[in-house]
Design a protein. Structure first.
Ligand code: NDP
Length: 311
């Protein structure tokens, strides 16, 4: 079994930043990127709010740069998904999806979060056939067509705004009579000529046939049920943390986010640290994820040094 000093799980800004700091601290980090190297930022377009880029930067380019920076500093970055974890004692034992077993002295969990779905059977049936949780990945297929975006937060507004440049018409399906999004994002959708907000509406069903999505059946709060004709149905109703693999050992809150101690990245399991969206439901920004990756590497360094105080 391969013995790893510092194992980082997750290839997003938190994981790569942890790898940058851990490499410089001589912690010999090995990072497994999972199914989506680069993480959620690779599904966005231009990131305007990551400091240091006066004209913004493409999400994938930013992640590529972080990965290269970590690799250049000596991090061992590998493609692969950790599918099993035994954190009952140290060294921790992890299993990859190809069955490979690893042991780790310190573990940094930076597995991020994944998009939420409504949970409708019809939504599952048409997933990949018109139902998507990523406008920037799939919007291209709906050029000059009509689409719907569910949600009223910053993500929904961002996706609706992105789609409005490609599509003929964008409906936003909002369950209340207000948007949760920041004023700047609200402004953007309110002023787009081809975005129509359907207030107080919930989705009863995604409609479709063998060719894929053809529409959605909605219900207004007053009880009225009506259909809209759309070719694409985009979900933007938030995320859930990718913590299931560890939740048997590591404490999570009621929504599954890993609980960390105070301002640190320490979990309730000594030697296990958490960084990024998997432990932070509040901010979900590339820069906050990166910062928490730094914190996790610093905490892991302190922990590993405490095991060998003489070294
Ligand atoms: P949010 O939790 O902020 O918003 C989720 C939206 O989906 C809300 O409008 C919510 O409605 C709605 N919703 C939730 N569940 C359902 C459901 N079952 N049916 C219908 N609607 C539902 O998630 P976001 O992903 O938008 O944003 C998360 C965080 O990331 C926020 O802090 C946001 O500011 C940040 N962010 C920042 C960006 C930026 O700065 N550029 C871009 C994107 C995200 P309700 O309001 O009624 O609860």
């Amino acid at each position: 079994m391969e013995k790893i000093r510092t194992l980082i799980i997750g290839g997003g800004p938190a994981g790569y930043t942890a790898a940058i700091y851990a490499s410089r601290a001589g912690l010999k980090p090995v990072l497994y990127e999972g199914m989506q190297p680069g993480g959620q930022l690779t599904t966005t377009t231009v990131i305007e709010n990551f400091p240091g880029f006066e004209n913004g930067i493409d999400g994938t380019a930013l992640m590529d740069a972080m990965r290269s920076q970590a690799a250049n500093l000596g991090a061992d970055i590998r493609y692969g998904t950790v599918s099993g974890a035994d954190l009952s004692s140290r060294p921790f034992r992890l299993t990859l999806d190809d069955g490979t077993e690893l042991s780790a002295e310190a573990l940094i969990i930076a597995t991020g979060a994944a998009a939420r779905y409504l949970g409708l059977e019809s939504e599952t049936r048409f997933r990949g056939m018109g139902v998507s949780a990523c406008a920037t990945c799939d919007g291209f297929f709906y050029r000059e067509k009509d689409v719907a975006v569910v949600g009223g937060g910053d993500t929904a507004c961002e996706e609706a705004s992105y789609l409005s440049h490609l599509c003929r018409k964008v409906y936003m399906i909002v369950r209340r009579d207000v948007l949760r999004a920041s004023p700047a994002m609200q402004e953007r959708v309110m002023h787009a000529r081809n975005i129509e907000i359907l207030w107080n509406c919930s989705t009863q069903e995604v409609l479709g046939d063998d060719s894929g999505v053809t529409g959605a059946r909605l219900q207004r709060k007053d009880g009225e049920v009506f259909d809209i004709a759309v070719d694409g149905f985009f979900l933007a109703i938030g995320h859930h943390p990718n913590s299931e693999l560890f939740s048997r050992w590591v404490a999570t809150d009621e929504n599954g986010y890993i609980v960390t101690e105070g301002k640190s990245s320490r979990t309730n399991v000594e030697g296990v640290f958490a960084a990024g969206d998997v432990q932070n439901p509040s901010y979900r920004q590339a820069v906050t994820a990166a910062a928490s990756g730094c914190v996790a590497a610093c905490d892991a360094e302190k922990f590993l040094n405490s095991l060998n105080p003489g070294k």
